[in-house]
Design a protein around this ligand. Structure first.
Ligand code: AP5
Length: 224
């Protein structure tokens, strides 16, 4: 059976930053519901229009919308390729739906990597985040700026400060995380999946080493 892991953690903790590196290193597929929803918004689809209201307010998009997107995406991943979920599931209902989707493809969630950092760190990171709407690259004006201010190093597109990274929306996203997503930790703690906690309040390379050890289950070598 191909491997399937979930990167879980609050907004700004580094799921995207770590997920990109991990997927590159392992040759796995990343399924990122935030990116799928932003793509739907850019395309102006009905689903995208519907999602916009929730996203801009820092609320979760309804479960059936994201589960439908994930279902479609999983069906396109070759059987032999590992999957990293980033930003999904975010509710217990989504986690239960995911089990059903994966079972149809002879997969199951193997491990949860839970990234953690204090709220003040998350707020500062999101205030400084700049994202490329074209290729999805992520920068930070404080911790990892692009070579040329406001321009993506990878594709040259103008960078944006995400609408939902404004401080008042970030505060709401953190509340929503505590209320709706944190219960997932208990859900998975009580399941056969292993939950591995990783301190995300360290330099990116150190966190990556810990994430790769967590995925490998080797307790510290850092290799996948
Ligand atoms: P989504 O896009 O998934 O946002 P999120 O989960 O809130 O996560 P972020 O993308 O904000 O943070 P991240 O952990 O990936 O951090 P990053 O690596 O970028 O979702 C957006 C919205 O879509 C939701 O609010 C909701 O409305 C909707 N949605 C999505 N999925 C959904 C679902 N399943 N159900 C319902 N609704 C859904 O890092 C942040 C910054 O910090 C960057 O600038 C980065 O450069 C920097 N950084 C990262 N690591 C470090 C480090 N170690 N040290 C210093 N800086 C660092």
């Amino acid at each position: 059976m191909s491997r399937t892991i979930i990167l879980l953690g609050p907004p700004g903790v580094g799921k995207g930053t770590q997920g990109v590196r991990l997927a590159d290193a392992l040759g796995w597929e990343r399924i990122v519901t935030g990116d799928l929803l932003r793509a739907a918004r850019r395309q102006g689809s009905e689903l995208g229009q519907r999602a916009r209201r929730y996203m801009d307010a820092g609320e979760l998009v309804p479960d059936e919308v994201v589960v439908g997107l994930v279902e479609e995406k999983v069906s396109r991943v070759p059987d032999e390729t590992g999957i990293i979920f980033d930003g999904f599931p975010r509710t217990v209902a989504q986690a239960q739906a995911l089990d059903g989707v994966l079972a149809e493809h002879d997969r199951e969630v193997e491990r949860i990597v839970l990234l953690e950092a204090p709220d003040e760190v998350l707020v500062k990171r999101l205030a400084g985040r700049r994202s490329c709407p074209e290729c999805g690259a992520v920068y930070n004006v404080h911790f990892g700026p692009p070579e040329e201010e406001g321009t993506c190093d990878r594709c040259g597109h103008d960078l944006v400060h995400r609408e939902d990274d404004r401080p008042e929306t970030v505060r709401r996203r953190l509340d929503v995380y505590r209320e709706e997503t944190e219960p997932l930790v208990e859900f998975y703690d009580e399941s056969p999946c292993e939950v591995v906690r990783v301190d995300g309040d360290r330099p990116v390379d150190e966190v990556q080493e810990a994430v790769r050890s967590a995925v490998a289950g080797d307790g510290g070598s850092g290799s996948p």
